[in-house]
Design a protein around this ligand. Structure first.
Ligand SMILES: Nc1nc2c(ncn2[C@@H]2O[C@H](COP(=O)(O)OP(=O)(O)OP(=O)(O)O)[C@@H](O)[C@H]2O)c(=O)[nH]1
Ligand SMILES: [Mg+2]
Length: 454
């Protein structure tokens, strides 16, 4: 497997469609296609009509072919794109013909990997291609687009430049050991390191947002039996997915559906109501509810507030917050507000949000509360979305530690060699995010998750 190979793959999804796209990339891409195509490919970026012909001269399909001359192509190599008729057999036949003519099947993500290796995009942009394709909501799409446009790369580029400056400065002192770092210079240097630490911290703070946009918010709907959990799921979904009935204990198994909630992907999980039960089936359901809470990003506790009963916080039989992981959010809905809440309210104004699954009352406050809870301070679900992924987070967390150590040794008056080592490590860690470090081993991990043809 060398970069010199000419690779080919179907870039459109399998199945039937008006057209499909087959991509070829590599030094011999144009030559390979010329050997099997009746039209000319003399002018780059100009679509040519012609026939794709089999070895025996028979026509395989009528196609439109475009040649992108290196380096002005997606991969940076010569690329030829063939639009053929969209059908499993047609695309298969076109691809087979190209393989027969000397191309080799592309590995998953290999086109994007070549684009990265040829300097057409940095690693964060290559990852954004995948994010963009798999985005389920508008906010997720916009965040992916920002990253693809290089927004994260720019922020990291500025950070790397600062770090390179600091490293150079510290290393200058190592080269002239007879001169101690004077207090003034020392303070300036610490200031610069702190600025870099803040920049890293700001990016790290977007990690949660990034994960929620990419994976969806694990939203567990929980509470006592008959509170209206399944009714809430149905209301949020906009159709009757779960069985709703006046019999407590209706929902036994967990039901999961992903919705586009004003741009935010919510992975809604309806659960069995929690109560003491003799029924082993129901007990299994309750165990599953608690297991779901273990992994929740957000718990929406539904309470039938029309009924008299103990104080609102004690209505669900279990203390929901205690079952949630650190950092998870918890909202309480005072459901069935259409029946009147007076009887059941514990009297505390901040017990929860009045809500009605029947009438939809309270939906606006719920929406606002969800965005507020998930955002945390400084969250920006609007424009300029930079939201790092788990890999970026791992690298940047390392950079944060390295910078912290560098700061400590400088401030503590240790020999500057120690600080220099840590600063270099921080620089590497930041470089790893965009692919400007020794990253061979992480490439496979990133591009292996792509689909073929990308
Ligand atoms: N009046 C009124 N009734 C509601 C409301 N929400 C749910 N209900 C009723 O409450 C009963 C229980 O609703 P479900 O959605 O099945 O409740 P659940 O929490 O999923 O119940 P289990 O699955 O048994 O734990 C049904 O008869 C619903 O029609 C509401 O906002 N107002
Ligand atoms: Mg239910």
């Amino acid at each position: 497997m060398t970069a010199a190979d000419t690779i080919a793959a179907v870039a459109s999804p399998p199945g039937q469609g008006a057209i499909a796209l087959v991509r070829v990339s590599g030094d011999r891409a144009r030559e390979t296609v010329r050997g099997v195509f009746s039209g000319k490919l003399n002018e780059p970026r100009r679509q040519q009509f012609g026939h794709l012909v089999a070895a025996d001269g028979a026509t395989i399909d009528e196609v439109l072919v475009t040649w992108f001359q290196a380096p002005r192509s997606y991969t940076g190599e010569d690329v030829v794109e063939i639009s053929c008729h969209g059908g499993l057999l047609v695309t298969r036949a076109v691809l087979d013909r190209l393989l027969e003519a000397g191309a080799r099947p592309a590995e998953p993500g290999e086109f994007s990997q070549r684009a990265f290796l040829n300097g057409k995009m940095d690693l964060t942009q290559a990852e954004a291609v995948m994010d963009l394709i798999s985005a389920r909501t508008d906010l997720a799409r916009r965040a992916a687009h920002e990253q693809l446009a290089g927004r994260l790369g720019e922020a990291l580029g500025a950070l790397r430049e600062d770090l390179i400056g600091i490293v150079a400065h510290v290393e200058a002192y190592i080269d002239f050991p007879e001169e101690d770092i004077d207090p003034d210079t020392g303070a300036t240097m610490l200031g610069r390191i702190d600025a870099a630490r803040e920049a890293v911290a700001r990016l790290l703070a977007t990690a949660d947002q990034g994960r929620l946009l990419r994976e969806g918010v694990r939203t567990v709907i929980c509470g006592a039996p008959n509170a209206g959990k399944s009714s809430l799921l149905n209301r949020l979904l906009g159709f009757d997915r779960a069985i709703v009935s006046e019999t407590p204990g209706t929902t036994r198994d967990t039901i999961e559906e992903v919705i586009d909630f004003h741009g935010l992907p919510l992975r809604l999980i309806d659960t069995a109501g929690v109560r003491e039960s003799a029924d082993s089936l129901e007990r299994e359901g309750i165990a599953r509810t608690l297991a779901q809470l273990d992994n929740a990003d957000l718990a929406i506790e539904v309470i039938d507030a029309s009924l008299p009963g103990p104080d609102i916080p004690n209505r669900s039989g279990v203390e929901i917050a205690r079952h949630l992981p650190a950092g998870a959010r918890h909202l309480r809905l005072l459901n069935k507000a259409d029946l009147g809440l007076g009887a059941g309210r514990g009297g505390e104004a901040d017990d929860g949000l009045p809500f009605s699954c029947r009438t939809g009352e309270g939906m606006e406050s719920l929406t606002a509360a969800i965005f507020r809870e998930l955002g945390g301070p400084g969250a920006n679900w609007g424009a300029d979305l930079v939201a790092i992924n788990a890999r970026h987070k791992r690298c940047l967390a390392r950079a944060a530690d390295d910078l912290e150590r560098a700061r400590e040794s400088l401030a503590g008056g240790a020999s500057p060699e120690f600080a220099a080592l840590d600063l270099r490590a921080a620089l590497d860690a930041v470089g790893e995010v965009v692919g400007k470090a020794d990253v061979e081993e992480i490439l496979g991990e990133i591009f292996g998750r792509f689909c073929i043809g990308k």
